[in-house]
Design a protein around this ligand. Structure first.
Ligand SMILES: [Zn+2]
Length: 152
């Protein structure tokens, strides 16, 4: 949970609009465009505060969506959590098949968007260790995605 000073800072970065949306004016991840505060996904953070939970209490494979059409809205009443649709990135692959570069790019993008190894492994039909090796750069280090070093 964030402390009182951080909470004040957080509130100072939110613009309450007349239409009910709370616009996030703070940092945004260059790659995914989602709001970031102290290295945390702003929607997860706001949602967890609203639900009186720790951000870590929200399962890492759950995503926070908007009821409104405003992607920068952080009004907790406009946010809800759900599991992403199955096979969001690719169809299931046959285990043991060699990865393609295109898949590695998608995996790196998913990592940059904050998805867990477990979630990505399930989506791509891989072992956790394969995703972990991509994350650490042990495998596929030469495959670069734009803005990957940006914090998320
Ligand atoms: Zn809204």
């Amino acid at each position: 949970m964030i402390n009182r000073i951080q909470r004040r800072k957080l509130l100072s970065l939110i613009d309450e609009r007349e239409d009910g949306c709370w616009e996030w004016n703070g940092q945004k991840n260059k790659l995914s465009g989602h709001g970031v505060f102290l290295g945390m996904n702003i929607y997860r953070l706001i949602y967890s505060i609203y639900k009186d939970k720790e951000i870590t209490d929200i399962p890492s494979d759950m995503i926070i969506q908007h009821y409104c059409d405003n992607p920068f809205c952080v009004n907790p009443k406009h946010l809800y959590s759900c599991y992403p649709p199955k096979n969001r990135f690719f169809g299931k692959r046959v285990k043991g098949n060699k990865l393609h570069v295109e898949e590695v790019v998608k995996i790196k993008q998913a990592i940059a968007q904050g998805y867990s190894n477990r979630f990505i492994a399930r989506e791509f039909g891989l072992d956790h260790s394969a995703v972990s090796h991509i994350r650490s750069g042990k495998d596929w280090k030469y495959v670069k995605i734009e803005g990957a070093e940006d914090d998320s």
